[in-house]
Design a protein around this ligand. Structure first.
Ligand SMILES: [Zn+2]
Length: 146
């Protein structure tokens, strides 16, 4: 399943440090696919991607693609932030529980904020000039899965 890709102006405010290991995640994200790692022994999923399982410490890892649908677990609106994020102020960030069993922190697009806790969200790719990031946006509760 491909995530929607939303064009964003300029470069990423804070570009990720890409390693040989995490390049697989960033390359897939640029194509609209959201990957996490999964332990082949105990099936624990990890995000950010991990070369070793944080549950059983195994090192036999798979990459799997998630659908990106979930619910907003926590959110806050940022009104005063670091200088590199000044152009985006105010913006929201939150914690999302994906339906696939992964909890992650992410930027929230649109008007998503603390008043939308437990509402359905969908991960999207935000495509900047220098590369991709991801974010979550609210979806209507009855919206069909793309
Ligand atoms: Zn494991």
């Amino acid at each position: 399943m491909s995530l929607a890709i939303i064009g964003m102006p300029g470069d990423r405010p804070l570009a990720p440090r890409v390693t040989r290991f995490t390049a697989q995640f960033w390359d897939a994200l640029a194509e609209g696919r959201f990957l996490v790692t999964r332990c082949k022994a105990c099936h624990q999923k990890s995000f950010p991607p991990q070369a070793h399982c944080k549950s059983c410490l195994g090192c036999d890892i798979d990459w799997i693609e998630l659908g990106g649908r979930g619910r907003l677990y926590s959110a806050t609106r940022v009104h005063a932030g670091p200088a590199r994020f000044a152009a985006a102020l105010p913006y929201s960030v939150g914690i999302v529980d994906l339906d696939d069993g992964v909890r992650l922190a992410t930027r929230l697009l649109g008007n998503a904020g603390p008043e939308h806790l437990d509402q359905p969200v969908q991960l999207v790719v935000t495509r900047y000039q220098d590369g991709p990031l991801f974010a979550a946006e609210l979806v209507a509760p009855d919206a069909s899965i793309p």
